[in-house]
Design a protein around this ligand. Structure first.
Ligand code: DC
Length: 224
């Protein structure tokens, strides 16, 4: 274990801007950016591919015996590999989002992904984004941030992202899915989404991208 590594945890609900903002912050700090949601998405996609109901705990747990999930960093960009196949694009569909939220409530899935996340953080200065990073995965992270924004603002950002990628979605469906996912993620029994006790809560509803990046960089600098 390298005691000199610096870990920053960023948690928050879907669409709070975590991935885009956190990526930019990590680049400015020279840290690797780890998107842990991609791991849950890969398990969700694997369940969907195998025709497993994603809200059936024992069936989902059963898929773990022959699944391999890995993260690779290519020029600093994270790729997620499912049994060796790069599924970085396939994990971004609305179906994969809901499947990820379902499988993330399965304790066996959380256990399965725990070491992978911890091992990356042990060896690298990293900014890790998820739902339980400051509370469960890296309780000793140097800085813990909880990034949030109103559901409408978050759904608007997600909608724009999906439309830009060519998806045919309605704003009301994106908002509905996001509210459902928020509920699932914050009401599950294990590792629910919530701010760490010593976390810094940042609301980005009124902030643009640059503003969000600056607020986070300043919060990190203050703690370091
Ligand atoms: O960050 P995201 O939207 O890609 O995450 C997809 C789902 O995975 C989300 O609904 C909750 C779950 N998740 C989790 O439970 N814990 C994490 N550390 C990251 C994501």
């Amino acid at each position: 274990m390298n005691n000199n590594v610096i870990n920053v945890a960023i948690d928050g609900p879907a669409g709070a801007g975590k991935s885009s903002v956190a990526k930019a912050v990590a680049a400015k700090l020279g840290f690797i950016y780890v998107d842990t949601g991609a791991l849950y998405r890969a398990i969700g996609v694997n369940a969907l591919r195998n025709g497993v109901k994603t809200n059936d705990r024992s069936a989902v747990a059963g898929t773990l015996s022959d699944v391999k999930v890995e993260l690779a960093f290519v020029s600093g960009v994270q790729k997620v590999l499912l049994n060796g196949e790069d599924v970085s694009v396939e994990i971004r569909t609305p179906e994969a989002s809901m499947a990820a939220s379902d499988v993330s409530a399965v304790p066996e899935v959380r256990d399965f992904l725990f070491d992978l996340q911890r091992n990356i953080a042990k060896e690298n200065n990293c900014l890790m984004d998820g739902r339980d990073i400051g509370t469960v995965v890296l309780p000793d992270a140097r800085v813990k941030i909880f990034l949030t924004a109103s559901p409408e603002i978050r759904a608007g950002r997600r909608y724009k992202e999906l439309i830009e990628k060519g998806s045919q979605v309605e704003f009301k469906d994106v908002l509905e899915d996001l509210i459902k996912r928020d509920y699932n993620d914050s009401h599950r029994e294990i590792a629910p989404l919530k701010p760490a006790e010593d976390g810094i809560i940042i609301d980005t509803s009124e902030l643009d991208f640059e503003g969000s990046v600056n607020v986070i960089i300043n919060a990190i600098k203050e703690k370091m």
